[in-house]
Design a protein around this ligand. Sequence first.
Ligand SMILES: Nc1nc2c(ncn2[C@@H]2O[C@H](COP(=O)(O)OP(=O)(O)OP(=O)(O)O)[C@@H](O)[C@H]2O)c(=O)[nH]1
Ligand SMILES: [Mg+2]
Ligand SMILES: [Zn+2]
Length: 354
Amino acid sequence: MSKRKLTRRQAWRIEKVQQEKTRRAENKSAQVDELFADDSLGVEQSGRVIAHYGTLVEIEAMDTASKELPLEPSTDQPPENPPTSRCHFRPNLGHIVVGDEVIWRPNNQNGGVIEAIKPRGTELSRPDSRGQLKAVAANIDRIFIVICSLPAPLEILIDRYLVEAERLELEPVLVLNKSDLIDDQNRKEMDDLLSIYSNIGYSVLEVSSYSEFGMDKLARALDKHTSIFVGQSGVGKSSLIQTLLPSEELKTAAVSSANLRGRHTTSTARLYHFSSGGSLIDSPGIREFGLTHLTRRQVTDGFCEFRPYVGLCHFRDCKHLKEPRCALLEAEEKGDLHPSRLHSYRRILHEIED
Ligand SMILES: Nc1nc2c(ncn2[C@@H]2O[C@H](COP(=O)(O)OP(=O)(O)OP(=O)(O)O)[C@@H](O)[C@H]2O)c(=O)[nH]1
Ligand SMILES: [Mg+2]
Ligand SMILES: [Zn+2]
């Protein structure tokens, strides 16, 4: 393709735009330097990120022992919540996410600046729209995959989350919410779906944030853990947290009657605490969850019930499609592996190899 020659006017305009961009970037970095050079900043201390608002993050104090801190507990919070502050951060600090433990310094306006991110114990991430791997939450130890009958569950999405959970060694729990919507029409379909996962050995809970059915079991599963609720938009992640924590105020919205999908009501992740111990991150609902950052081996390891059969296929490069003496296909025929799990496995492998 031949390069188009720019007219003098086009070249002049491009240069002007570049100059303006450079000027703005310099201004921004001068502002950040000013924030960080503020002599009024207090001593360094530990904090936990509980929400992220683009250029600011909300953190809660982790060690309030220091008497020098100008942190005032905000009056509209339940007493058990630690005091919070809104902090700036340097753009070169790396991607900060909810659940991150940070070192920060308070200013005298109930805000502060973040100086460093502590190493993460775990990091749940997924590729963004440009395929770049981006952390979503840090330092969690349980992942609750929330589904319901409407919007209809997607096995492939559940399976993708399970692969990530296995890779990160997080304990997954499958939660069927809106049990009040289960009737004779959809009972069998939902039972069949849940049994795929309970047969593998995963924990499965059936709950309703409306009728509060099963909420005591859910609360026990959350107790003393740092967990995250993930799943499609509209399955009731925020509603469940609202029922568990009536003193918090979460936004929820009805599923669209036009396309029977959620409305992407929660736009940013947020961490909540239970008075008995344990924390829970509400996350925005998703449509896609790519696993292109994983190797074939990691995907295979993510299907934990396949492990007894892995490496037993006749052909070393078996794609488990219709090859003779494929150990996975034989197990499927015998009813030991579920066709839906094999279907997800092939789809994910196909994506990462494409
Ligand atoms: N029937 C019934 N509806 C529920 C239940 N829990 C939540 N809903 C409804 O489901 C809709 C979606 O709930 P949300 O809590 O906003 O769902 P979400 O998963 O947080 O959605 P996003 O924030 O978009 O990811 C709302 O209209 C809720 O009232 C339930 O137990 N039963
Ligand atoms: Mg929500
Ligand atoms: Zn095979």
